[in-house]
Design a binder for this molecule. Structure first.
Ligand SMILES: Cc1ncc(COP(=O)(O)O)c(C=O)c1O
Length: 394
């Protein structure tokens, strides 16, 4: 462990930070000050979907900075980069999702969606799923499941129920008292849990029947990560609100909630200024996001994601140390027998120049989520180190 981090003036989230001293990052590699390089097999937790140092993104940032950085809080002035981002994003989504509200993070997108669901339905109950992670603020934490992260700060937002993924009987808990149901289209932090199509379709139907908003959190699973631009495309349904974050800013912080205009207009009236933010939709970050989206959509990057994911899963699934691999595109959990083995695999990979990471809510699995444009050569190298790591456990 690097003790330097603990000696400086930065707050720490754990007593055991990985502590790599980063010098720079380019493509799928992160370089450290001691001259080592590490293959990034987690994309900074599903953020760097284009890898690091993308030239078009850098150019767009410089160009916008030359014009202006911040001129006004969200929503008051017309700013080209922000309008372009809304037009591009909604152009990639079903027609009913035609209005974007930009915020600063995934957490804030969910937080705003909670408010929108409550004020538009006049109901207070929210339903979320066992295993869910929706963010660290008191609202988004209340709809997250992991008690380990909640008990020390209770009471959180009341009137939240949790139901089980893929359990059709649990849909009966959604009633005319329920304002909204929050679901990660594919659960990330729970260890890549992939809902069944019949369940998602029944969930959509139940929400429509009860006048409950279906809010899909694609903060991790969106932006091409699962092999489609939106993960809900795998299921043939459309949410009432879509929440995005992480990879949306091509490495810079931004979040978005996207819905139909009628719904989003609830923030405009009675009372107006229903949700406000100073930096949401910052033009420099919007410019990065616009460039990032253009890059992501070219060269068949998303179309190749599932093949790359299957290369990883098929190369490792028969290893004797692997209990299960859950994979959709490049969103992958490798489950072992215990948290101790996961730690050993992580340590081995890091010592051999490959970065993997844990899940908070699935301790006996580790995550693999490389940049979506990782080269076949880098992917093969990563997989070979992963195999060696698993061998080292036997
Ligand atoms: C599914 C999901 N929702 C929301 C969040 C919160 O996003 P942020 O940490 O950017 O606020 C995360 C973060 O990991 C996430 O994975």
């Amino acid at each position: 462990m690097n003790t330097l981090l603990l000696d400086n003036h930065l707050a720490q989230t754990t007593p055991f930070p990985v502590g790599l001293e980063v010098s720079h990052a380019t493509g799928s590699y992160i370089y450290t000050k001691d001259g080592n390089k590490y293959l990034d097999m987690i994309s900074g937790l599903c953020v760097s979907n284009l890898g690091h140092g993308n030239q078009a993104v850098k150019d767009a940032v410089y160009c916008q900075l030359e014009k202006y950085a911040h001129v006004m809080v969200y929503g008051e002035f017309e700013q080209d980069a922000v309008s372009e981002l809304a037009a591009t994003l909604t152009g990639l989504l079903p027609k009913s999702l035609d209005t974007c509200y930009f915020v600063n993070s995934g957490t804030e997108a969910n937080e705003a969606a909670i408010k929108l669901a409550r004020r538009s339905t006049g109901r207070s109950e929210l339903i979320a799923f066992k295993g869910a992670y929706h963010g660290g603020s008191t609202g988004s934490l209340a709809i997250s499941y992991n008690e380990e992260k909640k008990y020390a700060v209770r009471p959180l937002m009341p009137d939240v129920k949790f139901i089980e993924l893929n359990k059709l009987a649990d849909l009966a808990f959604i009633t005319k008292k329920t304002a909204g149901v929050f679901l990660e289209t594919i659960q990330g932090d729970a260890g890549i849990r992939i809902p069944e199509e019949a369940f998602i379709k029944a969930l959509r139907k139940r929400c429509s029947e009860t006048g409950t908003l279906l809010i899909l959190d694609e903060i991790q699973a969106g932006m091409g990560r699962t092999g489609k631009f939106s993960a809900f495309e795998h299921y043939g349904i459309v949410p009432d609100i879509l929440c995005l974050g992480k990879a949306l800013g091509a490495g810079l912080p931004i979040g978005a909630l996207i819905s139909g205009r009628n719904l989003m207009e609830k923030f405009t009236h009675d009372p107006m200024l229903g949700h406000i933010t100073t930096f949401g939709g910052n033009p420099v970050i919007s410019a990065a996001a616009n460039a990032g989206l253009k890059e992501l959509l070219k060269d068949g990057i998303i179309a190749a994601v599932e093949t790359k994911g299957q290369f990883i899963s098929s190369s490792l699934k028969d290893h004797t140390m692997v209990k299960e691999i859950r994979q959709k595109g490049l969103f992958i959990a490798i489950e072992l027998e215990s948290a101790e083995l996961v730690q050993q695999a992580f340590d081995y990979c890091l010592a051999h120049g490959v970065i993997t990471f844990w899940f908070l809510s699935c301790k006996n699995a580790f995550r693999i989520a490389p940049p979506l444009n990782i080269s076949q050569e880098d992917l093969a190298h990563g997989v070979s180190i992963l195999k060696d790591a698993l061998d080292s456990l036997t």
